[in-house]
Each structure stands twice: as structure tokens, then as C-alpha cells.
Design a protein around this ligand. Structure first.
Ligand SMILES: [Zn+2]
Length: 307
């Protein structure tokens, strides 16, 4: 009995030991499982927030791309677009700094290209059919004809320039300003007839081409845009007057440029017109003069420096 008892006791001890070991193992496993669960949850949380921020970045890139597309399809935009999409996995700092540089590019000079005061109208850039613009009468004392009209947004600059000239003893008289498409058609047709009479040796297409350098083809005249004015006399000798000299010195202060210079005829496609001025706004007028560009060149310059 005693031996059996001893054997039984040993068995019981062994079982107790195994149970303790099993319990300890279970506890260790449980702890390990808890730790792993906690770690997993934390990691999952991080993963979740990282995913949200990456979704946000993709969203902001998407918006930026849309803005770039809207502004222009120039090289800069598509370059930025490519950069943004390839860097979706990059750190949010990097992505956000890229986004802000794109926004800057959209916000600075690029906007001006599409603004009303820089609207380019020439033989390659005609006005849309049925184009209209809100006009106002030029102050009567500065206009040759009753009720001459000019773009309502710029007429105050024109009046102010004429008033300043008057103070300096200079008489600026507007002899042509806003024209309707019908009026421009009449002027163009008259010019074609004149060229046909003066140049019987030219073909009809040569006659029309020549006429268009003097009186723009309907839809391609700045006078239809409402931002052009002709002063005093449509004669080249206007450049010898004190009015011309005054304009040369002061026009940019009021936002006006001499639109068709002698030097840029091959770019503008229009003969030298010392009498024809165009409103672009003071900032642009001064920059255009400083660069020695015509409006066509200046628009290109703005496009290329859209950064
Ligand atoms: Zn003109």
C-alpha cells in the first residue's frame, strides 16, 4: 500500500507539475497573444491613418492636376502632373510642397494671360463670333465724334490720360475707338477696294492680304475688342508731333502701349501705326516697354515664365 501510495503520490506530483507547466505556458501564450493583439491594433491604426493621409494626398494631387489642366496645357503643368502622380507614396511633406508650387504657378503671371486686359487679337487670334463687350462713352471733350465708345473697364484710364495730357498742353483726340464687327467689315471692304484700285497688278488674294495689314479682317481688329484707340491722325507723320512724344513718355503710366511699332511689323502683321494705342494695364505696359516686346512676344514671355 505504502509503495502504491508512494507511486500514486509521485504520479500526482508529476501531474501537478505538468498542470503548473501547462498553466504557465497558457499564461505566457495569453500574454504573448495580448501583446501581439495590442501591437497589431496599434499597427493597424497607423496603417489606417497612413492610408487616410495617402488618400488625402491623392485627392489634393487630383485637384491640383485639374487646376493645371484648367490653367493651360503647357509643359510645366504636365511635368508637375507627372511628378505628383509618381510621388503618391512619398512623404506627405514632399507631396504638399509640390502641390503648393503648382498652386503658385497657377496663381501668378499665368492668370494674366487669360485676363481681359491682355486679350490678344490678331489675324491668328480672331474674336469669337458674336463677341460683345460692355462699353462706355469716352468723355466728350476727348472724342472727335459724339458717343464714341470704349471698354467700360478701361475708359477711366483713357479719360485720365487725355486729362493729364491736356494739363501738359497736349491735345489728344480720339478719332477711332470701339468698332462693331459690321463697322470693321465696312472698313476692311473699303480698304480692299482701295488696294484693288491702286494695285491692278496684284491678284485678288494678294490684294486682300495687303488690305488686312492696313485694316484688319473683321473679327481680328483690336478696335472690336474695345481696348484700342487711334489718336489725332492716321498718318505716319503723327510720330513727329508733340502728342506722339508725350504718349511715348506717359502712356504706360495709364496702362497703354503703342501696339504696332515699326520694328515688330513681321510679328504683329500690321503696318507701323504711331497713332494706335492699346490698353493692357500699367504693370504690363511698363514691363512690355522695358522688355522692348510687342504684345504677341509678351504673351509668349508670360507663358514661358509661368512659374
Ligand atoms: Zn487703330
Amino acid at each position: 500500500m505504502a509503495v502504491l501510495d508512494r507511486a500514486t503520490r509521485r504520479l500526482i506530483e508529476t501531474l501537478k507539475y505538468k498542470v503548473r507547466m501547462l498553466t504557465a505556458l497558457t499564461v505566457v501564450l495569453a500574454v504573448a497573444l495580448t501583446v501581439m493583439t495590442v501591437l497589431y491594433i496599434t499597427k493597424d491604426g497607423e496603417a489606417y491613418s497612413a492610408e487616410v493621409s495617402s488618400v488625402t494626398n491623392i485627392g489634393s494631387n487630383g485637384t491640383t492636376t485639374a487646376e493645371s489642366d484648367q490653367s493651360s496645357l503647357d509643359e510645366t503643368s504636365s511635368k508637375e502632373e507627372g511628378k505628383a502622380s509618381s510621388e503618391n507614396k512619398a512623404s506627405s511633406d514632399k507631396v504638399s510642397s509640390d502641390s503648393s508650387s503648382v498652386v503658385d504657378a497657377v496663381a501668378t503671371p499665368g492668370d494674366d494671360i487669360n485676363s481681359w486686359n491682355l486679350k490678344l487679337v490678331n489675324s491668328k487670334n480672331p474674336l469669337p463670333n458674336g463677341f460683345t463687350v460692355k462699353t462706355e462713352k469716352i468723355k466728350a471733350s476727348y472724342a472727335r465724334d459724339v458717343g464714341m465708345l470704349y471698354d467700360a473697364r478701361a475708359v477711366s484710364y483713357l479719360n485720365a490720360m487725355c486729362a493729364a495730357a491736356e494739363k501738359d498742353g497736349i491735345n489728344l483726340l480720339v478719332i477711332s475707338s470701339h468698332r462693331t464687327n459690321a463697322r470693321q467689315t465696312t472698313l476692311y471692304n473699303n480698304q480692299v477696294n482701295k488696294q484693288r484700285a491702286n494695285h491692278p497688278e496684284l491678284s485678288e488674294s494678294e490684294i486682300k492680304k495687303k488690305a488686312a495689314t492696313i485694316s484688319a479682317y473683321p473679327g481680328t481688329s483690336e478696335h472690336e475688342l474695345g481696348l484700342a484707340v487711334d489718336f489725332n491722325s492716321v498718318e505716319e507723320s503723327f510720330e513727329n508731333t508733340k502728342e506722339y512724344q508725350w504718349l511715348k513718355t506717359h502712356a504706360a503710366d495709364y496702362g497703354f502701349i503703342l501696339r504696332y511699332t515699326k520694328q515688330k511689323q513681321s510679328i504683329t502683321g500690321v503696318i507701323y501705326e504711331p497713332w494706335h494705342y492699346r490698353y493692357v494695364g500699367e504693370k504690363h505696359a511698363k514691363k512690355i516697354n522695358q522688355l522692348g516686346y510687342c504684345l504677341e512676344e509678351y504673351i509668349e514671355y508670360l507663358k514661358n515664365n509661368n512659374k
